[in-house]
Design a protein around this ligand. Structure first.
Ligand code: ATP
Ligand code: MG
Length: 292
């Protein structure tokens, strides 16, 4: 192996730590949007956090007694100001950290502190610049042990649905910001779980692209039957995407652990411009009041 190859491998492993190291082995049907991804209608939440209390050092509490649930096929948002503990919660939900108190349940099964059970995209989940798009998105499959040829064959049919047709052989630098985000999301999808956690997925995009990508995400999540928790500090992002918004308030750096200040239900109406409707503005006002 050359020094360059070693670097690529290291880069891949570092990315794996953020996006795929904990990925489950993808079975034959993991890319097929098959029945296992569809809402079950059992009444059991797809994802449930019960009374999570989290700390990075075991001493300073970042969030206290946080309870969140996402129904099968639902897109929820967790919104809160910078530093209030959103990413800290995502780490616990993904099983990357163990809570001081509380439990994480996936379809009713206790998965507290167990990684590899949900798909997730971390805040700085960038594509590897030295790999073509097809190989970037295949990374979770390859890290899970699938051969490159098989992985590419699995991923290729999804490029069209993710708005990336013709981009397979391109480099990340050749894609627009929106395309890069969709590629990162395709890579997350290929982790193979039906529950997806996204941390500030669209914050780097310009306003118009962000609006388009949000709408696209909501459509594609519904089509694939994904249950998703989107973490954001952007109130508009939350209202435009979620059916329910968990509002997190607090200032852990100042010794005030964050808590869920309220849950806002968004009344979705069919409209070309949902962002201009009374229902949208009412939900936005409610979230802003809870944020204080
Ligand atoms: N790895 C870490 N080790 C120690 N403390 C951390 C670590 N990551 C975050 N923190 C602290 O935990 C608190 C919450 O951070 P977190 O990253 O969860 O906030 P956030 O809501 O995601 O903010 P942002 O919107 O800026 O991403 C902050 O006080 C932060 O300093
Ligand atoms: Mg964060």
């Amino acid at each position: 192996m050359t020094a360059g190859e070693k670097n690529v491998a290291g880069e891949a492993r570092r990315s794996a730590a953020s996006s795929a190291a904990a990925s489950p082995l993808c079975g034959e049907d993991c890319l097929s949007a098959g029945s296992s991804r569809l809402p079950g209608g059992t009444g059991v939440p797809a994802l449930e956090a019960r009374g999570l209390t989290l700390s990075w050092d075991g001493e300073h509490i970042v969030v206290a007694d946080v309870t969140v649930d996402v129904a099968p096929g639902e897109v929820c948002c967790l919104v809160g100001r910078s530093g209030c503990g959103k990413t800290t919660i995502l780490h616990a939900l993904a099983g990357l950290t163990t809570p001081l108190a509380g439990r994480v349940l996936l379809h009713g099964e206790d998965v507290t502190g167990r990684p590899g059970r949900v798909s997730y995209m971390l805040q700085k989940d960038l594509l590897l610049p030295s790999r073509r798009i097809i190989d970037n998105v295949c990374l979770p499959l390859v890290l899970a042990g699938m051969g490159k040829v098989d992985a590419r064959a699995k991923a290729a049919p999804l490029f069209e649905r993710f708005g990336l047709a013709g981009c397979e052989q391109k480099w990340p630098s050749e894609l627009s910001g929106g395309m890069r985000q969709r590629a990162a999301f395709l890579r997350t999808y290929l982790m193979g779980a039906d529950v997806t956690l996204l941390d500030e997925p669209f914050s780097a995009l310009d306003a118009l692209t962000r609006t388009d990508v949000r709408r696209w995400f909501v459509d594609v999540a519904a089509e694939l039957g994904l249950s998703a928790l989107v973490i954001t500090h952007d109130v508009d992002e939350a209202v435009s995407m979620a059916s329910r918004i968990y509002v997190l308030a607090g200032a852990p750096a100042a010794g005030e652990p964050s808590h869920v200040a309220g849950i806002v239900t968004v009344e979705r109406v069919a409209s070309e411009n949902f962002e201009l409707t009374d229902q949208y503005l009412a939900a936005k006002r409610e979230v802003m009041a809870l944020l204080g």
